[in-house]
Design a protein around this ligand. Structure first.
Ligand code: 1HE
Length: 262
């Protein structure tokens, strides 16, 4: 049964309700993120049902997301702006470091705060209609939803600076080539592909997914020597789980899946 919270819908899918399909549902405003929608995103991830093992976020209508709702920007002073940005950080942190891996299904505009939201997800699938931009540069503002941290990790500082300095709009192909999206699929198929990936992710041992979400990004920020040590700790914990032992045993007994060329 779908749960409706303002402009955000959550629907549980799969035979064990293990997939959460989260829909930005404000198509008349191109899914622009007003405060209510950002807070609803936070609440959805904080209150994720225990059955859920992976989530997909997509946008209703012709676009994934037009970014910050600019109509709420005008009267904000510096202090309010600071708190507003921190509110976005907190909400998108629930996506990135929250309970489950998240796949973003992208189409149409993935711009400004919409790109910041997509960057907080763990995998991005773009269909051929997708385009990526950071119009903050030309609007006289700056990213405030974690984009300056997350986007350079995907595409590098130089590409992000180019997008903001020049208003460059990347096509779906350019987005995929530069690292904004990990999958490029035909128009209209991003959601299907994202659901397929989420179903695969949901079948992993939960501790493996936990390590990928919590340890991998932290290791990437550590000096190499610390990273190797953290890796040893987390890999020891993950392999100790009964589920890991059972999966390895299945393979050794000829029952586990082999790695197949795609
Ligand atoms: C909006 C917004 C919005 C659309 N805030 N209302 N983001 C931007 O600078 C992108 C601004 N939007 C656009 O460039 C275009 O709307 C799109 C390329 C996304 C889509 O174009 P289109 O032709 O399909 O739609 P439209 O006719 O431009 O917009 C339809 C309606 O949505 C219209 O309202 P209406 O009442 O006249 O029907 C638009 O005003 C409204 N709309 N986008 C408010 N963003 C944490 S900091 C993040 C900082 C940022 O994200 S800055 C970048 C903001």
């Amino acid at each position: 049964m779908p749960i409706q919270t303002n402009d955000l819908t959550i629907e549980l899918r799969g035979d064990q309700q293990q997939i959460a399909l989260i829909t930005l549902n404000r198509p008349s405003k191109r899914n622009a993120l007003n405060d209510g929608l950002v807070l609803a995103l936070r609440d959805v991830f904080q209150g994720m049902p225990h059955s859920v093992r992976a989530a997909v976020i997509h946008g209703n209508g012709d676009h994934f997301c037009a970014g910050l709702d600019l109509s709420e920007l005008s009267e904000r002073n510096a202090a309010a702006g600071l708190h507003h940005s921190r509110m976005w950080h907190h909400a998108l942190d629930q996506v990135e470091r929250g309970p489950v891996p998240v796949v973003a299904a992208l189409h149409g505009a993935v711009v400004g705060g919409g790109l910041e939201l997509a960057s907080a997800c763990h995998i991005r699938v773009a269909d051929a209609s997708s385009f990526f931009a950071l119009p903050e540069g030309s609007r006289g503002i700056f990213v405030g939803g974690g984009g300056s941290v997350r986007i350079p990790r995907l595409i590098g500082t130089a590409r992000m600076a180019d997008m903001m300095f020049t208003g460059r709009v990347l096509s779906a192909e350019e987005g995929e080539r530069s690292g904004l999206a990990q999958y490029l699929v035909p128009q209209g198929t991003a959601l299907d592909k994202a659901l397929e990936l989420a179903t695969r992710i949901a079948a992993n041992a939960p501790l493996t997914n936990y390590a990928l979400m919590q340890a991998l990004p932290r290791i990437a920020e550590q000096p190499a020597d610390h990273g190797f040590f953290t890796e040893a700790l987390i890999s020891a914990i993950v392999q100790d789980a009964p589920e890991a032992k059972a999966r390895v045993r299945e393979f050794l007994e000829g029952r586990g899946p082999k790695v197949k060329k795609q």
